[in-house]
Design a protein around this ligand. Structure first.
Ligand code: S3P
Length: 429
């Protein structure tokens, strides 16, 4: 379904974004292998998180939708059942990579696959360490889904992360729950730590040093009873950017997760001279949460946005929208972002293609981008390749473009933010 967007005159209002996608996946998976029932409030209604629930159901987990969330009947660590049919992770890298860690510890064989985009994404990064732990895994070209995972008795390993990836780290920590001895992941660059925080809530200690995360097998997970997923910072990012681009604007985005391993976009914006107010900062269920305010009287970026190393890893999902902000304001340079080529699409190539279609000058590097600032967007036909974050980033660019823009596949936003276009329309009134 193509979607037309016209430039807007203003944005204002209060809004809540969907529950955090990364945290929702982890809450569902840990609840499934815990003892006792868990109610997850604010569980993300994104297609990715729905895919996780349907995979878990196929493995025999009882899951019920309830108003505002889901109820998961914990099967316990030994309670998952063989699925005679292939699990479908749809578009979700987190579903397939994290579940693979759990499946590696099961005494049965499971097939898991996904849509065409997911079947192009690299899995060797989890296959090799899981094999070292004792699982038997086959894959297309030894790298791509469908994966066939035969679990078995696992032994703990120490593994240095080959890429900065919370999905790989979490996969190995989850497998480590089923392994004999200790499993340690060494991370040169820190990645989102939701798995580590949540394991604590389920009674499993994680030993954390500056560069290592260690779990021991043998613990039983105990349901904490009730969990609440905060609003997804990675969804809020698009509205925040819209508030910075459109003048006048006055937006409050309520109840957003502000885990410091996720808020690199705020750091980059602050370093560029942007003012964003965080109000009502609090801790909810072990995760920092707050409200974000942006209004037209606040300072916009006056220096280029610069992302490299740890900051790139921290803001990895926000780079498409940061590119839009960089072009409009004081420029952007991104390095160390080769991982963007193996996300839901080759995001570097697709950003460049669409920025140029909108009349924006941009230089592409193998692992990054350079964009001069102070540019204007021209309405254009945007190609998303079904990538939700490309669709939303260019929808925000369209709000201040000259002339109308069409997004070729607006429905792809259901992957993370199903109501995105409705919310955007409401804020224009
Ligand atoms: C995620 C980790 C990141 C991120 C993805 C969600 C997670 O991927 O891009 O959207 O939930 O762990 P990588 O860890 O592969 O970089």
């Amino acid at each position: 379904m193509a979607w037309r967007l016209d430039p807007v005159r203003r944005l204002r209002g209060q809004v809540r974004v969907p529950g955090d996608k990364s945290i929702s996946h982890r809450m569902a998976m840990l609840s499934a292998i815990a003892e006792g029932e868990t109610v997850i409030e604010g569980y993300s209604e994104s297609a990715d998180c729905v895919a996780t629930l349907s995979c878990l159901r196929q493995l025999g987990v009882r899951i019920q939708a309830i108003p505002g969330g889901v109820r998961v009947g914990g099967a316990g660590k030994q309670g998952l059942r063989h699925s005679p049919t292939t699990l479908d992770a749809a578009n979700s890298g987190t579903t397939i990579r994290l579940l693979a860690g759990i499946l590696a510890g099961q005494p049965f064989e499971t097939q898991i696959t996904g849509d065409a985009s997911l079947r192009r994404r690299p899995m060797r990064r989890i296959i090799e360490p899981l094999r070292r732990m004792g699982a038997t895994i086959s894959a297309v070209d030894d790298n791509l889904a469908p994966l066939v995972i035969r679990g078995g008795p696992l032994r703990g390993i120490t593994q240095a992360a080959s890429v900065a990836s919370a999905q790989v780290k979490s996969c190995l920590l989850l497998a480590g729950l089923f392994a004999e001895g200790e499993t340690t992941v060494i991370e040169a660059i820190p990645t989102r730590d939701h798995t580590e925080r949540l394991l604590g809530a389920f009674g499993v200690p994680v030993v954390v040093t500056e560069t290592t995360r260690t779990v021991s097998g043998g613990y039983r997970l105990q349901s904490p009873g009730r969990l609440r997923a905060p609003g997804d910072f990675s969804s809020a990012a698009f509205l925040l950017a819209a508030g910075l681009m459109v003048e006048p604007s006055a937006l409050t985005i309520e109840g957003v997760g502000l885990n410091p391993t996720r808020t690199g976009m705020l750091t980059a914006l602050q370093q560029s001279g942007t003012e964003i107010v965080v109000a009502n900062a609090r801790l909810e269920g072990g995760e920092p949460v707050g409200d974000l305010w942006v209004d037209a009287t606040m300072a916009r970026p006056t220096r280029p946005l610069r992302l490299e190393g740890a900051l790139t890893a921290n803001a990895i999902d926000e780079i498409p929208i940061l590119a839009v902000l960089g072009a409009r304001f004081a420029g952007l340079s991104v390095a160390d972002a080769g991982e963007l080529r193996v996300k839901e699409s080759d995001r570097l190539a697709l950003m460049v293609h669409n920025l140029r279609a909108m009349g924006v000058e941009v230089e592409e590097h193998p692992d990054g981008l350079t964009i001069p600032g102070g540019q204007r967007f021209r309405g254009a036909a945007i190609e998303t390749a079904g990538d939700h974050r490309i669709a939303m980033a260019f929808a925000v660019a369209a709000l201040t473009a000259e002339g109308p823009t069409t997004i070729d596949d607006a429905a792809c936003v259901r992957v993370s933010f199903p109501d995105f276009f409705t919310v955007l329309e409401r804020l224009q009134r």
